[in-house]
Design a protein around this ligand. Structure first.
Ligand code: SAM
Length: 249
């Protein structure tokens, strides 16, 4: 069972966390805590920064327009970040926001946008991606922030690939072999997952991927899934057969 307090409000603070060391809330955080959640002086929330574990912090209002969060007690020791890499062709705004948040909830530790021939969104706002990752991390109880990387072209990604990391290529054209059998046949080791754009991969991209020894093709069944659906389905399969849904927590 998860070891953290689901009911408590959790905030990511981009600052050092230590007992008694006040951290100024950002204006957005202050508005959320004071005006949306209606919290007040001496109420407590949980805070984390990705390095110093999770802390119970007290709200302190030393001045009218100032809100500090004062860590008082460490509630969880810092854990290692997830090693699962999620690679994706950027989608249009709302679907991309959704896909980034679901990837974080499903345990992706690295988010790598990949530019392919049929990608819908030619640019990706990495600040927006990071903000979505932070929101998901606060909600789902993890203690680290995923590594949100800058977009790379598929060719460059494959040419610089660490061959020790198995790359599962979600290919809707693949004969519908059971993904569970495919995953169970995989040797233990670092993993990555690639989901294509709404327009799918081109024939040359598919050939380029299949030619790599570190690539395993993964079918997600007989129907064509939207890219954001494929993300959740594929991550669930990986976590349930090879990932942290199998290990005791
Ligand atoms: N090219 C597809 C078509 O013909 O309509 C659309 C691609 S699909 C919307 C977006 C991505 O989700 C695909 O590139 C693939 O990575 C993944 N995907 C969707 N359905 C899949 C399936 N049944 N098996 C494996 N991957 C799938």
């Amino acid at each position: 069972m998860a070891t953290h307090d689901f009911s408590a409000t959790r905030l990511f603070l981009d600052a050092a966390l230590a007992e008694g060391l006040p951290v100024a809330a950002t204006p957005v955080q202050a508005n959320y805590l004071l005006n949306v959640l209606r919290l007040s002086q001496d109420d407590r929330v949980l805070v984390f920064n990705g390095r110093d574990g999770e802390w119970s912090a007290r709200l302190d209002k030393p001045a009218k327009k100032k809100l500090d969060l004062v860590p008082e007690r460490r509630t969880r020791a810092q854990s290692a970040s997830a090693d699962l890499h999620y690679l994706f062709a950027p989608l249009k705004h709302a679907r991309l926001d959704y896909m980034v948040q679901k990837a974080v909830e499903m345990g992706a530790g690295t988010l790598q946008p990949v530019m392919t021939q049929h990608v819908q969104a030619s640019r990706l706002n990495t600040d927006r991606m990071r903000a979505n990752a932070i929101e998901a991390a606060e909600q789902c109880g993890i203690l680290t922030l995923p590594d949100c990387r800058e977009p790379v072209r598929l060719e460059a990604l494959l040419s610089g690939w660490d061959a020790d990391r198995r790359l599962f290529f979600c290919d809707e054209r693949e004969d519908a072999q059971s993904p569970v059998e495919t995953l169970r046949a995989t040797a233990p080791g670092p993993l990555a997952l690639l989901v294509g754009p709404e327009g799918g991969f081109s024939a040359s991209e598919r050939a380029m991927l299949k030619a790599r020894p570190f690539v395993t093709v993964l079918s997600l069944g007989p129907r064509i899934l939207r890219a954001d659906t494929a993300a959740v389905a594929a991550l669930a399969l990986v976590q349930a057969t090879l990932g942290d849904w199998t290990a005791p927590r």
